[in-house]
Structure formats: structure tokens, C-alpha cells
Design a protein around this ligand. Structure first.
Ligand code: PRP
Length: 208
């Protein structure tokens, strides 16, 4: 598997993912687990954020520290990507959220764009594409295409589960985009769902 792929090895990630997969987990708990997983994965995916030096005055004197002042664009792919936004938005110091609406055509499994309100010029330095599921990779590839056309070149994908097929497709289409996930699952089934997976992330998150 490509070295673009970063599968979390953190025990808390493994624990929360197991409960997330469980068919008995209700919508409220599902959303909370996705939020917590997003925070853990974001911590790992932002290890290379650029810092500038910043001095503050403590009650005891001056301390030289650092400031993370790059503007990060969170790009949730609707709907399911929305569940990954909240925690990360609170965690990062300088953040903008740019929604991209894509749904997967059930016949062709190809992504269809239905919402994109990006302004003409890029307003962020780095983008984190958020989607819990990297299945065929079509949605992630289309989103990275959109962001590169917008003018952003530092892009990462952050998701919960990936299928080998999606990792292969995304890494071939965009070899410069690191992929951060909680787990690499076995495969896609014949209707394009990740197995063993967690079912339909959007439906489980929103109770539909
Ligand atoms: C699901 C999922 C991803 C996409 C992944 O969305 O949330 O966005 O499919 O599949 P891919 O890697 O094969 O493109 P879906 O189309 O079900 O829309 P939803 O989030 O609105 O439920």
C-alpha cells in the first residue's frame, strides 16, 4: 500500500472505531464518536503545520513560543463529511469551512456535484478534505480536483474508513495528497460499500 496512507495506530482511535461500527450504536452516539475520531485524526494529520515564533509574557517573564497561523480550509463532502467538522473547527486556531456537495450516483457510483460556493481566489493555505468513507475514491478525487483548480496545492484527506480500492484510486490520481484514516478495511462489496465498514455513514449520522 502507498506511503501516502496513514492509518492511525492510537488505542483510542481503535476503541472508538469499534463502537462506531457496531450496528447497535444509536445516531447520537454515532455522531459523538465521529466527532471524537475527527479530533484524534486531525491531531495526527496536522503534525507538519508550519509555526512562527511568538513571544508572550507569563507572570514570571517572557516565554518564546510558537504560533500556528496558517489558515486551514476544512472541506467537508456533504453530507457525511459534516460530522467531522465541529470538533476540528474548535481545535484549529485559524480555520475556514468550505462545503462541497457531492452524491454518489447509485448506478454508476460516480460523484455528482450539487453544491460548491468557493470564491474565485483561494483564501486558505492548506485544505483538509473531510469524508468518513473513502470507498471507490471518486468523491475524494473530484473534491481534490476542485480544490486544485481553485488554487490550493497543499491538500490532505481525512476520513474514518478507507477501502483499498479508494486508496489506490486517490493515490494514483493525486500522489501528493496524504490520506489519514482510522482503519483500512478489507474491500468494497458489489454495491460500493466498504466491508466490514460501518454501513451508510450519512444515514447513521443523520438518522435517515
Ligand atoms: C458516501 C460517503 C462518501 C462517498 C464515498 O456518500 O459519505 O461521500 O459515498 O464514496 P466514493 O469514495 O465511492 O466516492 P453518499 O453518496 O452516500 O452521500 P451522503 O454523504 O449524502 O449520504
Amino acid at each position: 500500500m502507498t506511503d501516502q496512507l496513514h492509518v492511525s495506530t492510537h488505542p483510542l482511535t481503535k476503541h472508538k472505531l469499534t463502537y462506531l461500527r457496531d450496528v447497535n450504536t444509536d445516531h447520537r452516539t454515532f455522531r459523538e464518536l465521529v466527532r471524537e475520531l475527527a479530533l484524534l485524526l486531525c491531531y495526527e494529520a496536522t503534525k507538519d503545520l508550519e509555526l512562527t515564533s511568538k513571544t508572550v509574557t507569563t507572570p514570571m517573564g517572557d516565554a518564546t513560543g510558537s504560533e500556528a497561523n496558517e489558515v486551514i480550509g476544512l472541506v467537508p463532502i456533504m453530507r457525511a463529511g459534516l460530522g467531522l467538522v465541529d470538533g476540528i473547527q474548535e481545535l484549529l486556531p485559524a480555520v475556514q469551512v468550505w462545503h462541497i456537495g457531492l452524491y454518489r450516483d447509485e448506478e454508476t457510483l460516480r460523484p455528482v456535484e450539487y453544491y460548491n460556493k468557493l470564491p474565485e481566489e483561494p483564501t486558505v493555505q492548506v485544505c483538509l478534505v473531510l469524508d468518513p468513507m473513502l470507498a471507490t475514491g471518486g468523491s475524494a478525487i473530484a473534491t481534490v480536483d476542485i480544490l486544485k483548480k481553485w488554487g490550493v496545492n497543499r491538500i490532505k484527506f481525512l476520513g474514518v474508513l478507507a477501502a483499498p480500492e479508494g486508496v489506490k484510486a486517490l493515490s494514483e490520481a493525486h500522489p501528493d495528497v496524504p490520506i489519514h484514516v482510522a482503519e483500512l478495511d478489507e474491500r468494497l462489496n458489489d454495491i460500493g460499500f466498504i466491508v466490514p465498514g460501518l454501513g451508510d455513514a450519512g444515514d447513521r449520522m443523520f438518522g435517515t
